[in-house]
Design a protein around this ligand. Structure first.
Ligand code: HEC
Length: 118
């Protein structure tokens, strides 16, 4: 709970900063290996790039337990929409969840780039 509040105020600070400093050139470099979503031929990959990079990098996703089942990813993505406020279309949610569970979760190995790691 405490972490959540800290995160929200951190986000608010970033938004406030971005709003007041648009004239300044701002370059942010994120560490490559965990910051980006893993490429995949699954349709949810493109949707994750479009919808899941606005508030945080892919690091949160890549640090979830690899045993996380589909239900867990579904609950997580829905939570990003409500209460966190991600502008997700309801019909995109199962597509993103499918990509996440097959790339980072319990269904790895059935599709996606992580199949090679097994
Ligand atoms: C509107 C901003 C926003 C967007 C867009 C967003 N998230 Fe998040 N996300 C958050 C916040 C805030 C947290 C931190 C919650 C905490 O600290 O407990 C978070 C945390 C997470 C976590 C860590 C686990 C958890 O339950 O806290 C995962 C995984 C995650 N997001 C995945 C995603 C995915 C996948 C998408 C795209 C569908 C996404 N997020 C889009 C705001 C967002």
């Amino acid at each position: 709970m405490k972490r959540k509040n800290q995160m929200r105020s951190a986000l608010a600070a970033v938004v406030a900063f971005a709003a007041t400093s648009s004239a300044m050139a701002l370059e942010i470099k994120l560490p490559q290996e965990t910051a980006m979503y893993k490429p995949s031929s699954l349709p949810g990959y493109a949707l994750a790039l479009q919808n899941c990079m606005t508030c945080h990098s892919a690091q949160y996703v890549s640090t979830q337990p690899a045993s996380s089942p589909r239900k867990y990813w579904e609950a997580t993505v829905k939570k990003m929409k409500t209460p966190f406020g991600a502008p997700l279309k309801d019909e995109d949610i199962p597509v993103i969840v499918d990509y996440l569970v097959k790339t980072y979760g319990a269904e790895r190995g059935e599709a996606g780039p992580s199949a090679a790691r097994k």
